[in-house]
Design a protein around this ligand. Structure first.
Ligand code: URA
Length: 270
């Protein structure tokens, strides 16, 4: 605490615990700093010129009545994504994208993991706590289950051989607070980046893990209905599957997940 901060009122254990639980319910499940910081008193950041708007829109003078932030994040994302010539450029463009508020609360940008030459690309949801800390997708409990599921059909994110490898990325590269589901506007603004990501990796098959991935790729949710049915997404055959986090909460759903893994293996072998 700062030396000149007023003394904290004394509170009993039960009240302190109730206040902490309330914070956690709101999604504030981690201490970021030792002392409170009033973010309303910070200067408003000026958006970086390179990502403020597509060049043509930037040059057009705005009418006097136009709101200052009349930038369409989806249009900006489309321009940035189209300009990325390889995965490194795409990662740099996404990391510089300033129109998603999640960036301000996240510790790390989480782009992808695995072999970019893999036959299979897995599209997850968003980083959780462990992924946010490490800057890599699927490294927490759901990721460990995912690794075991993939190993059961001879696939791995560390395999150098593209035939046995997977490439893993998420709908969002920033952790949503409290691990809430991505909002439709967030999915919409990252969709151009996902499309370009898949175009650059050019996999044979895309696996859509959970509802947000199905929303981004197919414009539909209802994973328990969609799972196991081959679809087409971003020009590739796509297999919706239950998310491993769902399987951790509902072990009975592992039987269907196993059937979906076998369908994936059969398609790769066929
Ligand atoms: N869940 C996801 O969908 N992605 C991650 O990276 C981690 C957990």
């Amino acid at each position: 605490m700062q030396p000149d901060a007023p003394p904290l009122p004394e509170i009993d254990f039960a009240t302190a615990r109730a206040m902490l639980e309330w914070q956690i319910e709101l999604g504030a499940d981690e201490a970021m700093l030792d002392a409170p910081l009033n973010r309303y008193e910070l200067p408003v950041p000026v958006p970086a010129k390179a990502v403020a708007a597509p060049a043509a829109a930037e040059e057009a003078p705005l009418p006097a009545s136009a709101p200052v932030h009349a930038v369409d994040p989806v249009a900006v994302a489309e321009t940035l994504a189209a300009g990325a010539q390889d995965l490194a450029e795409l990662a740099a463009a996404m990391a510089a994208f300033e129109h998603c508020e999640l960036k301000r609360g996240a510790r790390n940008f989480v782009f992808a993991d695995g072999n970019p030459h893999a036959r299979v690309l897995i599209l997850g949801e968003a980083p959780g706590r462990e992924e946010d800390l490490e800057g890599r997708p699927f490294v927490g409990p759901a990721g460990q289950l995912l690794d075991r599921m993939l190993a059961a059909i001879g696939l791995s994110r560390t395999a150098p051989d593209p035939a046995a490898a997977v490439y893993i990325t998420n709908v969002l590269p920033w952790r949503p607070p409290g691990n809430r589901e991505p909002e439709p506007a967030e999915i919409a603004m990252f969709r151009p980046f996902i499309a370009r990501h898949i175009e650059l990796v050019d996999p044979e098959i895309v696996v859509l893990m959970g509802n947000p991935a199905c929303m981004a790729a197919l414009g539909q949710r209802g994973i328990l209905r969609l799972r196991g049915h081959w679809a087409e997404a971003f020009g590739c055959p796509a297999l919706p599957m239950a998310h491993p986090a769902h399987l951790l909460r509902n072990p009975a759903a592992k039987r269907e997940a196993w059937a979906d893994l076998l369908a994936l293996r059969a398609r790769l072998d066929g």
